[in-house]
Design a protein around this ligand. Structure first.
Ligand SMILES: [Zn+2]
Length: 138
């Protein structure tokens, strides 16, 4: 397929895709929380780094990370075109994730990052076990 978009146009288009993808994965995690009896979470609280979910009482911030945008080692497929552009962008995303983790931890939060691929049904039991360990008594 010919790549007729400039990097800026592609970025804009991908960011709209990201918005939808994020919503889907967030809803999947919300469903999982409900199905497995996790309580005390809220979506989109005004907390540094914009966590997708917050367990305020336990001070746990949960992020759902897309395999592409957060450069999952198992699933990232770099686009064939504009590689330099994408590498720079994804590197910046990862640096921001690390900065958010550090800042939240310094402010007394526990940070849990859930990969998009962990929300696949075949990975669900493992994810639930991990969440229970990370969330402790929540
Ligand atoms: Zn992945």
């Amino acid at each position: 397929m010919a790549d007729f978009l400039t990097p800026a146009e592609r970025s804009e288009r991908m960011s709209r895709i990201r918005g939808r993808g994020n919503e889907t994965t967030e809803l999947a995690l919300a469903r999982l929380f409900r199905a497995h009896g996790f309580t005390g979470w809220r979506r989109h609280r005004p907390v540094f780094g914009k966590p997708d979910f917050v367990f305020a009482a336990a001070r746990v911030a949960v992020f759902v990370d897309g395999c592409f945008w957060h450069a999952c080692a198992a699933h990232l497929r770099m686009p064939r075109t504009n590689r330099r552009f994408w590498k720079k962008k994804l590197d910046a995303n990862q640096a921001r994730d690390r900065r958010v983790n550090r800042t939240l931890k310094a402010r007394g939060w526990r940070v849990v990052r859930v990969w998009q691929h962990e929300l696949k049904r075949r990975n669900e039991a493992r994810l639930v076990a991990r969440l229970r360990r990370r969330l402790g008594t929540v």
